[in-house]
Ligand binder design. Structure first.
Ligand SMILES: [Zn+2]
Length: 223
């Protein structure tokens, strides 16, 4: 594990990090930049607003009441050689009686906690579990109300040979879930930033990659 000086990481607002998340969708290379910015802002506010609605609720209790099992699992399924493994997961079987659960993989969350601690970011395991639970809770709300974020935000217009097409950005749900988790837990750091810092401690190329992507996000936001 490497020690990362977090002061050297480019400053990125929640908006910038939301664009960054959307850029994980390869179709964004041909999408109208101003539309990507619109989707990022829309999904960000959906996540924040949903968090306001659930303020003061015990999310575990709410999940259980809705028939979801919340499982604290000791070890994460291995990630096929990738340094990043799954930290949490929601399964929402469509018909009632189907499997419905949220898994929180404690070893992976503890690994993140350890990585953050090497950079001077002290967070308890409970705090990190809470952030992941809140993220998954947002997905549960999406699934259970059949209100997928990607369908609630505008489509993006495509450029070039895809010009006639409109496209839905699949990662909009991730933007919403991260925004929900940050707002609901009151975390000072955006969950995407936490993950970026964690990954930087695990692999060096991540750093340059992050700077490049932040710059691209700034262009998209017209900064
Ligand atoms: Zn997610």
């Amino acid at each position: 594990m490497r020690n990362v000086d977090i002061r050297s990481i480019p400053y990125a607002t929640d908006e910038t990090l939301s664009v960054l998340e959307l850029l994980n969708d390869r179709s964004t290379t041909s999408a109208e930049p101003s539309d990507i910015a619109t989707v990022a802002r829309a999904a960000l506010s959906l996540g924040r607003n949903e968090a306001m609605r659930w303020r003061g609720f015990n999310l575990t209790v709410e999940l259980q009441r809705a028939g979801m099992e919340v499982r604290h699992v000791k070890s994460s399924p291995s990630g096929g050689g990738s340094p990043v493994r799954l930290a949490a997961l929601t399964v929402f079987g469509k018909s009632p009686g189907k499997e419905r659960y949220v898994d929180l993989f404690l070893d992976e969350i503890a690994r993140k906690q350890e990585a953050l601690a090497t950079c001077g970011i002290e967070m308890s395991l409970d705090e990190l579990v809470e952030i992941h639970l809140a993220h998954e809770f947002y997905h549960f709300v999406e699934f259970s109300h059949n209100r997928r974020t990607e369908e609630m935000v505008p489509e993006v217009r495509m450029r070039g040979r895809w010009a006639a097409r409109h496209h839905r950005l699949k990662h909009a749900g991730e933007v919403g879930a991260h925004a929900f988790a940050k707002e609901w837990t009151g975390s000072a750091l955006h969950p995407i930033l936490l993950d970026v810092i964690v990954q930087m401690t695990w692999s060096r190329p991540m750093r340059d990659d992050f700077e490049g992507r932040v710059r691209r996000a700034w262009e998209i936001l017209g900064m």
